[in-house]
Unconditional design. Structure first.
Length: 140
């Protein structure tokens, strides 16, 4: 089962594609869900072409989800530049390849998600986060 959260200008196109492919039984369009991170899901996907900082990606990673996201700088900042499930913006074959890779090796994907989760929790602890902010703005 695939649950799609949120809405936007592409939603109607996606709904039409799902109907055209006859996969309505496998896809659920949830729309806006205020506390989406409490929903049961394993994989977070973001196709954003630009962001300043992705709070939704941060939440997904902190809650232990495997993330498949575009290779934009905001995503690299959160997940690290060597994260294995990046794909190029608008390259949906690469997106599909990453999803297949995750489904073929779920244990590895879960381990990677746990490692990222721990790194983010360590990095964003108050004292560590403050150090990073001060370093970024060059305050001694």
């Amino acid at each position: 089962m695939v649950n799609i959260y949120g809405s936007g200008p592409e939603k109607e196109i996606l709904v039409g594609l799902v109907k055209k492919l006859g996969i309505e039984k496998n896809i659920v369009f949830k729309g806006y869900v205020a506390e989406w991170w409490k929903e049961p899901f394993d994989i977070y996907v973001s196709t954003s072409s630009s962001e300043s900082f992705s709070i939704t990606l941060s939440i997904a990673a902190i809650t232990g989800r495997t993330c498949v996201v575009t290779d934009i700088e905001a995503h690299k900042e959160i997940l690290g530049s060597t994260y294995p499930y990046f794909f190029r913006t608008y390259d949906y074959k690469s997106l599909a390849h990453n999803l297949i890779k995750i489904f073929e090796n779920r244990d590895e994907a879960k381990k990677i998600a746990r490692d990222i989760q721990q790194r983010i929790l360590d990095d964003f602890k108050n004292e560590r986060f403050q150090e990073k902010v001060l370093e970024l703005i060059s305050v001694p």
